[in-house]
Write a protein that binds this ligand. Structure first.
Ligand SMILES: NC(=O)c1ccc[n+]([C@@H]2O[C@H](COP(=O)([O-])OP(=O)(O)OC[C@H]3O[C@@H](n4cnc5c(N)ncnc54)[C@H](O)[C@@H]3O)[C@@H](O)[C@H]2O)c1
Length: 262
């Protein structure tokens, strides 16, 4: 008979990450900040990585157990080293540029792929030896509905997120014998600075006024006509680190208000 991993009424237990170290990238703002706060509230020591020193300082003041690490993830060697010793890795940092392909600057395409795909690869690479050694690890990749669907004018972002889905699944297959799970979370549009910043670009690319962008472009395919909150995404990340999710790996946990139900 195959061995069983018993879980004592997991839903009745509050998440306890005491003794765990979680590295969260892009932790200075938006979803990353919410994840860092959620994991710290569950007792984890959080290594908060971002290039935004001021944002990290504010975060560290807001919660105990948060250790800020100012780092630009385009420094791939530094990213890989920073991940060593992590029990939980949340690959979250991301950037966006909205432009038609023929006007998309190649250097920006390269940077988006570096920050959102190559850095996660290097962080996973840096984190796995310790996770394998102890027989437990959680990798959570903050993907997007754009890891599963494309939208016009987002070539680099969509390419990076589809790549991240592949990296996540591969890590799931390799990590399974070592007690390491790897999953994606896939939000629709979240109320964060990244979304606020693209309203003007979206208006220009689609040739409509800014006040029509939310309803007509961003939420067009969402059955639920609201932005999802960073805390809701952080809760999904926390779930993936919980005992209740120990059989979940290689998955994409979608919070898209019904977008991909089309
Ligand atoms: N906001 C949304 O609607 C939405 C939807 C789906 C997925 N996502 C994904 O969620 C993640 C977080 O997005 P957000 O909306 O919170 O964005 P955000 O802009 O609020 O936060 C992103 C963080 O990443 C950091 N960052 C960017 N480039 C970096 C680099 N080179 N080195 C270190 N840090 C860097 C920024 O400083 C910032 O603090 C991204 O991967 C994004 O693609 C966002």
């Amino acid at each position: 008979m195959t061995p069983r991993t018993p879980i004592a009424a997991p839903s009745a237990q509050p998440l306890d990450l005491g003794g765990r170290t979680a590295l969260v990238t892009g932790a200075a703002g938006g979803i990353g900040r919410a994840c860092a706060l959620r994991l710290a509230a569950a007792g984890a020591k959080v290594r908060a990585v971002d290039r935004d020193a001021a944002g990290l300082e504010t975060l560290a003041e807001a919660a105990e157990g948060v250790e800020p690490l100012v780092l630009d993830l385009t420094d791939l060697d530094a990213a890989e080293s920073a991940a060593a010793g992590s029990d939980i890795l949340v690959n979250n940092a991301g950037i966006q540029l909205v432009r038609p392909i023929e006007q998309f600057p190649p250097d920006v395409f390269h940077t988006v792929l570096t920050v959102m795909l190559e850095a996660p690869f290097r962080l996973v690479r840096g984190a796995l030896p310790h996770m394998y050694e102890q027989g437990w690890g959680r990798i959570v990749n903050v993907s997007s509905v754009h890891g599963l669907r494309a939208s016009a004018f987002k070539s680099a972002y969509v390419a990076a997120k589809h790549g991240l889905e592949g990296l996540s699944k591969t890590a799931a297959l390799e990590g399974a014998p070592h007690g390491v799970t790897s999953n994606c979370v896939n939000p629709g549009y979240v109320r964060t600075p990244l979304v606020e910043r693209q309203i003007a670009d979206q208006a220009a690319a689609h040739g409509i006024p800014e006040e029509r962008v939310l309803g007509e472009i961003l939420l067009q395919d969402s059955a639920l006509k609201r932005l999802v909150e960073p805390a809701e995404v952080a809760e999904a990340v926390a779930y993936l680190c919980s005992p209740a999710a120990s059989f979940m790996t290689g998955s994409s946990l979608v919070l898209d208000g019904g977008w991909t139900a089309h």
